[in-house]
Design a protein around this ligand. Structure first.
Ligand code: NAP
Length: 322
C-alpha cells in the first residue's frame, strides 16, 4: 500500500487526512475507509472516516467563511481560482497517478482529466467575472396601470454553503466543475469525494489550499457515502447540493430539504446510424464510444439505433458485446 503522498502534509501514517479550516486533520473516529485498487483488488490507499461532529464543524466554518468570501472582490476570487488552476496543472502527474491506482483510469486519460480540470477552473474564473459582473436595470411601466415611477436593479448573489458530491469515474474533473462555479460566485464549498477517487480529490483540494483560499471557503470531508452521505445531504447548514452520479441522486432529492439541487444523473446515450452514414467510421466510433474507459463514461454509447438496411452493423455490435 502507498504510504507516501506528493504533499506530505495530507497524509498521516498510511491514512490520508481530511481538509477543514485550512488544515489537514485526522478524524476523531479513529476509523479509515480503504480504497481498493481495481487492478490488484487490494487496498491501495486509506482515507479518514469522518464523524457527524466533524461534518457539523466543517459546515459551520463554511457558513462563517462564506460571509466574507462573498464580499471578497470578484477579481480577487478569480485570481485565486486561476492560481489554483495553475498549481493543479503543475501537479498533473502525481494526481493522475492516484486516478490510475484508485479508479484504473488509463494513464494518458488520467493526465488529461487533471489538465482539463485546471482549464475548467480557469474558464469558471473567466466566465464568472463576465456573468457575475453583469446586472439588470428594470423599469416599472412594462404592463398597463403602472407608470415609470420605480426602478429596480438585479444582480446574482451566492446561495451560501454548497455541498458537492461527484462520482467515481471523474473524481477530479466533476469535482472542479462544481467547485469552480460555486467559488467564483461567492459560495463556500464542502466536497464529499467518491470513495474510489478520494485521494486524487484530496490532492486536488490541496492545490486550492496552496493557492491561498481563506479558511473555511473550501473543505473536504471523507467517508463512505452510505455512512456519512445522508447526514451531509440532510444537513440544515447546506444551502445547495450539486451532485453527479447514479440513482443515489434520486434518493438525495427525496431526502434533501427545500434547497436548490443540481443533479447530473445516469445517461442513456443513443447513437443513431442513418442509411447514408459512413459505416466504417460509425462502427469504429460506436465501439470506441461504448467500450473506452471500460464503458464507464457517463457519455458512453449505450443504445445504438440503426436503420434496417444497416442491420449487419447492429449484428456486429451485438457480437462484440457478447
Ligand atoms: P453513485 O454510486 O451514485 O455515487 C455518486 C456519489 O454519491 C459518490 O461520491 C458516492 O460516495 C456518493 N454517495 C453514495 N451514497 C450517498 C448518500 N446516501 N448520500 C450522499 N452521497 C452518497 O455513482 P458512481 O457509481 O460513483 O458514478 C457512476 C454514475 O454516475 C453513473 O450512473 C454515471 O452515468 C453517472 N455520471 C453522470 C454524469 C453526468 O454528467 N450526468 C457524469 C459522470 C457520471 P461513495 O463513493 O463514498 O459511495
Amino acid at each position: 500500500m502507498a504510504g507516501t503522498a506528493t504533499f506530505a502534509e495530507i497524509i498521516d501514517g498510511d491514512v490520508f487526512k481530511y481538509y477543514a479550516g485550512c488544515e489537514w486533520k485526522k478524524s476523531s473516529s479513529g476509523k479509515s475507509v480503504p480504497i481498493i485498487n481495481p487492478t490488484t483488488g487490494k487496498t491501495h490507499f486509506k482515507v479518514q472516516a469522518c464523524t457527524q461532529e466533524e461534518v457539523d464543524w466543517i459546515i459551520e466554518s463554511a457558513k462563517t467563511a462564506q460571509k466574507s468570501w462573498a464580499k471578497t472582490p470578484l477579481w480577487k476570487r478569480a485570481e485565486l481560482l486561476h492560481k489554483a488552476a495553475a498549481i493543479l496543472k503543475e501537479h498533473k502527474a502525481p494526481i493522475a497517478e492516484c486516478l490510475v491506482k484508485e479508479i484504473a483510469k488509463p494513464a494518458k486519460d488520467a493526465v488529461k482529466e487533471v489538465v482539463r480540470s485546471g482549464d475548467l477552473v480557469s474558464y469558471c474564473a473567466e466566465e464568472g467575472v463576465r456573468i457575475l459582473g453583469e446586472g439588470k436595470f428594470l423599469v416599472s411601466d412594462s404592463f398597463p396601470g403602472n407608470e415609470r415611477t420605480k426602478y429596480c436593479l438585479t444582480s446574482k448573489i451566492p446561495l451560501g454553503v454548497v455541498l458537492a458530491i461527484p462520482p467515481f469515474n471523474y473524481p477530479v474533473n466533476l469535482a472542479v466543475s462544481k467547485i469552480g462555479p460555486a467559488l467564483i460566485a461567492g459560495n463556500s464549498l464542502v466536497l464529499k469525494p467518491p470513495t474510489q477517487g478520494a485521494v486524487a480529490a484530496l490532492h486536488m483540494v490541496h492545490c486550492f489550499h496552496l493557492a491561498g483560499f481563506p479558511k473555511g471557503v473550501i473543505s473536504c470531508v471523507t467517508g463512505k457515502g452510505s455512512e456519512i452521505g445522508d447526514f451531509l445531504t440532510m444537513h440544515p447548514g447546506v444551502n445547495c447540493i450539486s451532485f453527479t452520479g447514479g440513482d443515489t441522486g434520486i434518493a438525495i432529492s427525496k431526502k434533501a430539504g427545500m434547497i436548490p439541487l443540481q443533479m447530473e444523473l445516469g445517461g442513456k446515450d443513443a447513437c443513431i446510424v442513418l442509411e447514408d452514414a459512413d459505416l466504417d467510421l460509425a462502427a469504429a466510433n460506436i465501439v470506441k464510444g461504448g467500450f473506452s474507459y471500460s464503458g464507464q463514461r457517463c457519455t458512453a454509447v449505450k443504445v445504438v439505433l440503426v436503420m434496417e438496411s444497416v442491420e449487419w452493423l447492429r449484428k456486429s455490435i451485438l457480437k462484440l458485446q457478447n
